[in-house]
Design a protein around this ligand. Structure first.
Ligand SMILES: [Fe+2]
Length: 382
């Protein structure tokens, strides 16, 4: 088997790391910096240390603070047009996954013709991108180190991924200071999204010893720190560990893609507006229970990471791991299943059909699944 390991060339990690933005952009040859973020990040004042660093380095910049939560394709064109009008030669994405995904997709449009829809799928982007620097403000999506931007198509309501090796950042700044103010429920759902990334990549058909290394470490850090970060957001040690974990998980799943939890969770009806991380968290036990017979040894390892004591067969341990996941969800205030999030029972069939067709995700899932099987599963975990 031949496989590639792709990563961003440079990560700068530490409390206050965002102050390195200016010098990193100068090193990359940038002079006109287009900052992509969302209105919430701007309002919280999280842009200030970034702006100070750019001013100190003598760089011109413009802020685009209209990144949408779960970005639509049309929002990408608005963002890219603004960057072109500013004559940007460098893009900085700062915020949660939606801001970073907006920055990444807009970046594609700065060096490629047509519309972003032309680049849906794997490795469809034709031309290399401008230098880009990403700064996450939550420990969750890992978008800062992945080569994917997930967008909603307003015409079909479906979610699509633009995946290209050209979309890797030139530099990532990981500054746990920026995550300190995240409220507990956001900490919980983003942290569990990161755990699901690591888990789905770890058990996936495309996993390798390289990705196992990232994913095992990511799951260990989350299992040991998510409850602490949820219970006390000011716990710097826990915040620092969670940011490492989310990025490690991103480095893992960027090589492999995810699995059934993401296939279902990203195909819930758009009208239900279930936040991505919350959907991943609520569906995590469902994915574990469906998949564990396909990869019991790996699920037994996950169980051990979640605190299950060794003993019995691998499958016994794997099943205890599902209970451990339920306990983790309960401790961080997340109700499993879809009923609690106003997903109507009638929507399950369509969700199952779309999930079964999500080849990028289901192609990596260790257990094959028909739409009918997924529907039965969703009914059982509703
Ligand atoms: Fe995710």
């Amino acid at each position: 088997m031949i496989h590639a390991l792709n990563n961003v060339p440079k990560i700068v990690y530490g409390f206050g790391a965002v102050a390195q933005a200016g010098s990193e952009i100068v090193r990359l040859g940038g002079s006109r910096v287009f900052i992509v973020t969302d209105p919430g990040i701007a309002a919280l004042g999280l842009l200030e240390p970034l702006k100070s660093s750019l001013v100190e380095a003598g760089l011109a910049f413009e802020v685009f603070d209209k990144a949408e939560l779960e970005p639509s394709t049309s929002s990408i064109h608005v963002c890219a047009d603004a960057a072109k009008a500013f004559k940007a030669d460098c893009v900085v994405g700062i915020g949660g996954g939606s801001s970073l995904d907006t920055a990444k997709a807009a970046l594609v449009m700065l060096s490629n013709e047509g519309s972003i829809e032309d680049y849906f799928g794997m490795q469809m982007v034709k031309n290399p991108c401008l230098p880009a620097l990403y700064v996450p403000t939550a420990a969750g999506t890992g978008s800062e180190v992945t080569s994917i931007s997930v967008l909603g198509d307003p015409k079909s309501g479906a979610k699509f991924g633009v995946v290209s090796d050209y979309m890797y950042a030139s530099v990532v700044l990981l500054d746990p200071d920026l995550t300190i103010g995240l409220p507990p429920h956001i900490t919980a759902m983003t942290g569990l999204d990161a755990f699901v990334h690591a888990m789905e990549s770890f058990v996936g058909l495309a996993s390798t010893p390289f990705t196992d290394a990232y994913n095992i470490q990511a799951m260990k850090l989350i299992a040991a720190n998510l409850r602490k970060a949820y219970a006390n957001g000011d716990n710097k040690e826990a915040r620092a560990a969670m940011l490492y974990a989310a990025t490690l998980a991103g480095m893992g799943f960027s090589q492999t893609q995810n699995g059934i939890i993401h296939a279902v969770g990203t195909n819930l009806p758009v009208s239900c507006k279930v936040p991505h991380g919350l959907a991943m968290a609520a569906l995590a036990p469902m994915g574990m229970s469906f998949n564990c017979i396909a990869a019991p040894e790996k699920y037994a390892q996950i169980a051990e990471i979640l605190g299950v004591e060794a003993g019995g067969t691998a499958l016994d341990a794997a099943r205890k791991g599902i209970d451990a996941m339920y306990a983790l969800l309960s401790d961080v205030g997340i109700v499993p299943g879809l009923k609690a999030y106003n997903v109507p029972r009638e929507a399950l069939e369509g969700t199952a059909e779309r999930a079964a067709k999500a080849k990028r995700l289901m192609g990596n899932n260790p257990r094959k699944a028909t739409a009918k099987q997924i529907l039965v599963l969703l009914e059982a975990h509703y």
